[in-house]
Write a protein that binds this ligand. Sequence first.
Ligand code: SF4
Length: 208
Amino acid sequence: MKVSELEDLHGQIATCPACDLCKSRTHAVPGEGAANAEVMLVGEGPGFHEDQQARPFVGPAGHFLDELLSSVGLRRSEVYITNVVKCRPPQNRDPLPAEIEACRRHLERQIDLIKPRLIVTLGRYSLAWFFPKDSISKVHGHLRQRDGRYFVHMYHPAAALHAGNLRSVIMEDFLKVPVALAQAREASQTAAAATAAVEPAAEQMRLF
Ligand code: SF4
């Protein structure tokens, strides 16, 4: 059911006409990965290669992202990867505020369906989507929690292609991902155990 809902959403995104980026795209890039992923990675928008292949993070920045995932023992197939805007901005320019807002509902729906324990924001546009007041230079590598969900903030992998000194920073920041995931799993188990302890008591209340 959940898989088919996600596939339906991908179909809707593929033909979405909600902003002008639909006019210049070759393909929309909804996202890909496991429908029950614990980790969702959210980038900025598709680039040239992604637009051609309808897949997220398949160009040089994507190869670096694969390295990062591998460095913490994760495979692409077990996470879910998407972007703030699903269609390529012309000449890889930054997405406009109106485009980000038009596309907001798609990412909201993806989060609703997949319910990741941990969201990794990649770059400042992704950070701003979730935490508009924060600056990537101040919060990169930070782990935090909001409404029961964990977040780790990273520079965009493409930044390492333009500024080589950021490569080691990004690699170090990415080590927070398994830490955050372990914390999120533990919090979930604690919450489940607390619920299980309350339920028999409630049952007894009904019996007497
Ligand atoms: S960027 Fe988002 S809102 Fe704009 S056309 Fe593509 S899918 Fe639709």
